[in-house]
Design a protein around this ligand. Structure first.
Ligand code: ADP
Ligand code: ZN
Length: 531
């Protein structure tokens, strides 16, 4: 190997060269590593792909003793440890996937001082036996990965993380470094508080990913839209397509393959062997597309993912950012593309209502979804909105590399259209016999005598046929935006539309409703190209 002295740098830099084979530190890595090597606590906020691992791996190698890494990603521990061992780092893990003997070997290595890094699942640290083991060895640092899991307001809350506050009491002299890619200002504060590291220095990297182009298109025929997007802009490129359900994962993968785009499915319903095979093909091959549920991607390190496509709406901006962040880790131009429509809004709202959890949890989920919807419906720069969500101001206005910057959307005064929708909902609600969803509302507005309209005498309503100035797609867009703005709500398992308190302001003409104009044709459809 290379002699550290040859570089004349610090031990940390020498380790970067010698063990990891990298030329230089990135961004704040050097400052973070120096701080932790010197024994300081740190909270590190760095976007996915930013290079968080080295921030604790190098200090663990430089400081005497074993670096204990707490990570919830049990499924990845084996891979992480294998990768480190391949570099000559003495790493091991302890989690529930091991049998007694495997665990004993790792524990013995730890006690003998033969480990540089020991990965643990958080639930391990609730066991007195684990704490006892740790106090019999020498620990160089504690790294708490995915530290946002300690936040009860976040989408990844893990109760086991709360127990991590005791690390400081038991090991007051061991530095702790908490790392996350997901943090609003509030989460950030919560990490410091709940992990009890008040003296930690905070390192906050920019969340901007300038090489990723953000685009959100109205959903019409999502699989076809996706296919056109891939053919026109990403032929032969590797990428990830996210779908909500296993069924749509399967169908979309089949559809793409049938149409000449090589794609494999990935979801928790597939057996472990198939999942592993598809994942390793994705990592190894050029230009493979993985169609997946969100189960895919955590910790996946493929630098040349050229696009991430969402066929369904993510539940939160954090999720969206993390998933899209898997594109373009190599810094080259990449696309985050999403198709989004009325059914997404209804489906997500229903999921929240019928889901588990108490009222507070539902309100929180609702808040997460609202922020995501606001990002979808914004007429301003998407990147600016995304960064603002993470508490970071975008540099000087518009980014020039998102759809709303490239083609600024028109707005129109949707007040009258909104009143028409809301008064139709109000009239149907007043009947109280049966509740109706968006399809019935739009049919009534368009004056369509469908079987269901006739059955309920809805052609007799005064609102019947008052909306012929807009198309069906445009009305669905109006309903979607009203839902996104909180001027309509969804109730029950059938997605019944109901009024909200704010609806009254619109019906009472106390409030105007600016709406985003829907492009006549979906931006990415074939028929709209070449014009
Ligand atoms: P994160 O955990 O923040 O998502 P990782 O620690 O997995 O990111 O790092 C992302 C990728 O960047 C990895 O392939 C890693 O090896 C690489 N990387 C990290 N730091 C450097 C560096 N200083 N020079 C070159 N590559 C780096
Ligand atoms: Zn922009």
């Amino acid at each position: 190997g290379v002699m550290p002295e040859a570089y004349g740098g610090s031990e940390a830099l020498a380790t970067l060269h010698r063990v990891f084979g990298y030329e230089a530190f990135r961004g704040e890595q050097e400052a973070i590593i120096e701080h932790v090597v010197a024994g300081g606590d740190a909270v590190v906020l760095m976007p996915t792909g930013g290079g968080k691992s080295l921030c604790y791996q190098i200090p663990a190698l430089v400081r005497p003793g074993t670096g204990v890494v707490v990570s919830p990603l049990i499924a990845l521990m084996q891979d992480q440890v294998d990768a480190l061992r391949a570099l000559g780092v003495r790493a091991g893990f302890v989690n529930s996937t091991q049998d007694f003997d495997e665990r004993r070997v790792v524990e013995a290595e730890f006690l003998a001082g033969e480990l540089d890094l020991l990965y643990l699942a958080p639930e391990r640290l609730r066991l007195e036996s684990t704490l006892d083991l740790l106090s019999r060895g020498k620990i160089s640092l504690f790294a708490i990965d995915e530290a946002h899991c300690v936040s009860q307001w976040g989408h990844d809350f893990r109760p086991d993380y709360l127990a991590l506050s005791l690390l400081g009491e038991r090991w007051p002299d061991v530095p702790r470094i908490a790392l996350t890619a997901t943090a609003t200002h509030a989460t950030h504060q919560e990490i410091t508080q709940r992990l009890n590291i008040p003296a930690a220095r905070h390192f906050v990297a920019s969340f901007d990913r300038p090489n990723i182009q953000y685009r959100i298109v109205p959903k019409a025929d999502p699989k076809k839209q996706l296919l056109s997007f891939l053919r026109e802009e990403h032929a032969g490129d590797a990428g990830i397509v996210y779908c909500l359900s296993r069924n749509s994962v399967e169908k979309t993968a089949e559809f793409l393959t049938r149409n000449g785009v090589e794609a494999v499915p990935y979801h928790a319903g597939l057996d472990a062997g198939t999942r592993a095979a598809h994942q390793s093909r994705f990592l190894r091959e050029d230009g493979l597309v993985v169609v997946a549920t969100i189960a895919f991607g955590m910790g996946i390190d493929k630098p040349d993912v050229r696009f991430v496509a969402h066929l369904d709406l993510p539940k939160s901006v954090e999720g969206y950012y993390q998933e899209t962040g898997r594109a373009g880790r190599d810094g080259l131009p990449s696309t985050a593309w999403m198709a989004y429509g009325l059914n997404d809004v209804i489906q997500q709202r229903k999921l929240i209502q019928s889901g588990e959890g108490d009222e507070a949890f539902r309100r929180r989920s609702q808040g997460h979804l609202d922020a995501m919807l606001a990002l979808c419906e914004t007429v301003h720069c998407r990147r600016g909105q995304l960064l603002a969500y993470f508490g970071q101001d975008a540099e000087a206005g518009a980014c020039g590399n998102c759809d709303t910057c490239l083609v600024p959307p028109d707005t129109w005064d949707g007040t009258i259209a909104a009143q028409k929708v809301l008064s139709t909902v109000w009239r149907l609600d007043r009947e109280r016999r049966q509740k109706f969803g968006a399809v019935q509302i739009v049919d009534i507005l368009l004056g369509r005598r469908t079987a269901k309209v006739i059955q309920f005498d809805h052609d007799q309503l005064s609102v019947f046929g008052i909306g012929e100035e807009l198309t069906e797609g445009e009305w669905r867009g109006v309903v979607r935006q009203l839902l996104a703005q909180g001027l309509l709500a969804v109730e029950g398992e059938y997605g019944t539309l109901v009024l909200t308190e704010a609806s009254g302001e619109v019906l009472g003409r106390k409030r105007e409703v600016p709406l985003r104009k829907e492009p006549k044709k979906p931006a990415a459809s074939r028929s709209s190209s070449g014009t």
